[in-house]
Design a protein around this ligand. Structure first.
Ligand code: IPE
Ligand code: MG
Length: 225
């Protein structure tokens, strides 16, 4: 979800206004994804690298997350959306951690859709953590190093039961992965739009799905039809 700052700058507004409008886009895209029958939606809300932003902005973003959850808890539960998070959750403010775990627990009871929020997330860190866990098991004899394969690594990532994304949407025209789901995106279709995240709403989401549907996915094989 990139481009909040530039969206605000274009309008002579403080960056936080861009993040606020971005939160509205989250709501819009969540609704559109549900309409389209998308079962898993992952939002990259805050990266491990984002901690170096000015203190005010970091606090503003954390605050906004809390406000967002309070405001949309009802909507999330009513629409049978399960909330999950990935990343260094322990680095988040404690009240936010509490809110997250409460809603995660409540929403896990009865759900049709999954919303994953990547918070203080970094993909290299995630892979390094997986390597550590595997190494620990190997050292203790729980696992034979010779059996380690792609599946083993995948099983030690943050959310092993979540399928790999089929489509990655990047807003604001940046042509980078920015340390996002490096392992999981191996076969994902990439869609980049110049639209800043605060302007990315239902219509733009459906356009991205349309573009996705036009692509022929072969997974390294040949075209069969
Ligand atoms: C939002 O956009 C991404 C978050 C970290 C919340 P940015 O804040 O990166 O916006 P730009 O890149 O300055 O436009
Ligand atoms: Mg940015």
């Amino acid at each position: 979800m990139d481009g909040n700052g530039r969206w605000a700058k274009q309008r002579g507004l403080p960056r936080l206004k861009g993040h606020e409008q971005g939160a509205e886009s989250v709501r819009a895209v969540l609704r559109a994804a549900r309409q389209a029958g998308v079962k898993y939606l992952t939002l990259y809300a805050f990266s491990t690298e984002n901690w170096i932003r000015p203190k005010d902005e970091v606090e503003g973003l954390m605050n906004l997350l809390g406000v967002f959850m309070d405001r949309y808890e009802g909507e999330i539960l009513k629409n049978k959306i399960r909330l999950r998070v990935m990343g260094q959750i322990e680095r988040l403010p404690e009240n936010l951690q509490k809110k997250l775990s409460k809603l995660m627990e409540k929403s896990a009871k009865d759900y049709e859709y999954t919303l994953i929020v990547a918070l203080s997330y970094g993909s290299r860190l995630e892979i390094a953590e997986a390597a550590k866990a595997i190494a620990r098991k190997a050292a203790s004899g729980e696992l034979d190093p010779e059996t380690v394969n792609e599946e083993t690594v995948a099983q030690h990532l943050y959310l092993p039961d979540v399928p790999d994304p089929e489509l990655m949407i990047r807003t604001s025209g940046e042509l980078r992965l920015s340390n996002f789901l490096l392992w999981q995106l191996s076969y994902a279709e990439l869609y980049v739009t110049d639209v800043f995240w605060p302007d990315f709403r239902e219509e733009q989401f459906f356009q991205a799905l349309e573009a996705f549907n036009q692509r022929g996915r072969r997974y390294g094989g040949v075209v069969t039809q």
